[in-house]
Design a binder for this molecule. Structure first.
Ligand code: GUN
Ligand code: ZN
Length: 449
């Protein structure tokens, strides 16, 4: 194997065989024609990318001599999942609470986040977080650290070891938080810049300027966040918006001159492509139009929204074809209650039902793959299975539990098969995760003594 200039080992050709499910378009726009199902496919990979894919009978004769083919029976190869909003430092408080957002932040989250000044601790949690991502088939995530730069160093170090595509940033927070978690506008800027210089664009890592939300940043900090974002080509900006009614009321008192919550971010220049806002439950049509017009993305985090009682995200309104907002799915751990994107898709489907607009299995799957990639402005590289895309893949075991095995006997088509996986599946369904053409998680090998 040759070593590339960057020191990352180039990988020779390899291939996997099984069912294939991916998207050629957007199922919310093009309907069933947007999805592509192949019952027996080969996906070939070289140098971290997909180099060939299609029906096994067509691809097999084209493979270079000596290509190793790994066959997966009763399995579906699908793009690696995209978790577009998550707080890895909150893993130690998942499930704690029974409170609404602002109380939960004060009572559980802020105390837990104070530990991340300790780099060794941050490394321990980051290692667990990345391992869980691989076990759950998540190959790209947009991640919040804490206010401590060490929290981001730890995460990027671990992600880099696996060659994972990871977006992350140090939280900016200079008011309305415990003193131990506050920076100030200049320090937040300087520490973020140092992290950008160290990590942004290194391998598959990207930096996200991360003001926590408008309530915990002064106007001076939001201004510097926008400056930093503008100064850093290819960087993301991530934050929260309109998650909870008390939060929305609080923003109104903190920023009385602004027409709406979203208008605060718009005023400071914090909307645009590669800006990612979690939640957006309590937005009006004007705010959705501003998001669409600026190509700003929203992240729907259904398990979190239920856990904190935040409300029902109006997906149908958000993606209205007249002014469609880019929407991704997020686990939002630790307010979210599941690492599993299958469980998150199911939760999104249930919220859609409660809103009176059912979400199709294809729609949910798209949000967790190609739609998520598009929301992050990464769809040129990830989110679908086609030659030239990064070889980030999930192999889903379609019979991962006795009940799923039983239920699958009654399945008529691929849509129903996906619905069953979403309703009954979890981490046990992730048979393998491939990252940049390498086998990064092999469930059955891990289970062997
Ligand atoms: N709003 C501001 N901070 C947070 C957070 O850590 N989690 C959630 N769910 N919402 C937030
Ligand atoms: Zn969040």
């Amino acid at each position: 194997m040759a070593a590339t200039a960057a020191g990352v080992r180039a990988i020779g050709p390899s291939a996997i065989r099984g069912g294939l499910y991916t998207f050629r378009g957007n199922p919310f726009r093009q309907g069933p024609a947007a999805r592509h199902y192949e019952p027996d496919a080969i996906v070939a990979m070289a140098d971290g990318r997909i180099c060939d894919c299609g029906p096994a009978a067509e691809v097999a004769p084209r493979l270079p001599a000596g290509t190793e083919i790994r066959s997966y029976a009763n399995a579906l190869i699908t793009p690696g999942f995209v978790d577009a909003h998550v707080h890895y430092p909150q893993l130690p408080v998942i499930g704690a609470g029974g409170e609404a957002l602002l109380e939960w932040l004060a009572d559980f989250t802020y105390p837990a986040e104070q530990a991340y000044g300790d780099l060794d601790y941050a490394r321990e949690v980051a290692t667990r977080y990345v391992a869980e991502n691989l076990r759950h088939g998540i190959t790209t995530a947009a991640v919040f650290g804490t206010v401590h730069p060490q929290s981001v160093d730890a995460l990027f170090e671990v992600a880099q070891r696996h060659d994972l595509r990871m977006i992350a940033g140090k939280v900016l927070m200079d008011r309305n938080a415990p003193a131990a978690l506050r920076d100030d506008a200049q320090r937040g800027y300087d520490e973020s810049r140092t992290l950008i210089d160290r990590w942004h664009g290194r391998g598959r890592l990207g930096y996200a300027v991360t003001p926590r939300f408008a309530a915990t940043s002064t106007p001076a900090q939001l201004e510097l966040a926008a400056t930093l974002w503008r100064e850093t080509p290819g960087a993301w900006l991530q934050s929260h918006v309109a998650e909870n009614r008390a939060e929305v009321d609080w923003i109104r008192t903190l920023y009385p001159a602004h027409a709406s919550y979203l208008d605060v971010y718009a005023h400071f220049g914090l909307l645009g492509r590669r800006a990612i806002y979690a939640h957006g439950i309590h937005l009006d049509d004007g705010e959705f139009a501003a998001l669409a017009q600026s190509e700003t993305a929203l992240v729907h985090c259904p398990t979190s929204n239920s856990f904190l009682g935040s409300g029902l995200f109006p997906l149908q309104r958000a993606i209205d074809a007249r002014r469609p907002v880019r929407v991704a799915l997020g686990t939002d751990l630790g307010a979210g209650t599941s690492f599993s994107m299958l469980r998150t898709m199911q939760a999104a489907s249930e919220v859609a039902q409660l809103c009176g607009h059912p979400l199709s299995p294809a729609g949910a799957w798209w949000l967790a793959t190609r739609g998520g990639a598009q929301a992050l402005d990464l769809d040129a590289s990830i989110g679908s299975i086609e030659p030239g895309k990064d070889a980030d893949l999930v192999v889903l075991d379609l019979r991962s539990t006795p009940l799923i095995d039983f239920r699958m006997r009654y399945v008529d088509d691929i849509d129903e098969a996906l619905a069953v996986q979403m309703a009954l599946g979890d981490d046990r369904a992730i048979r393998a995760t491939w990252v940049a053409g390498r086998l990064a998680w092999d469930r059955d090998a891990a289970a062997r003594p």
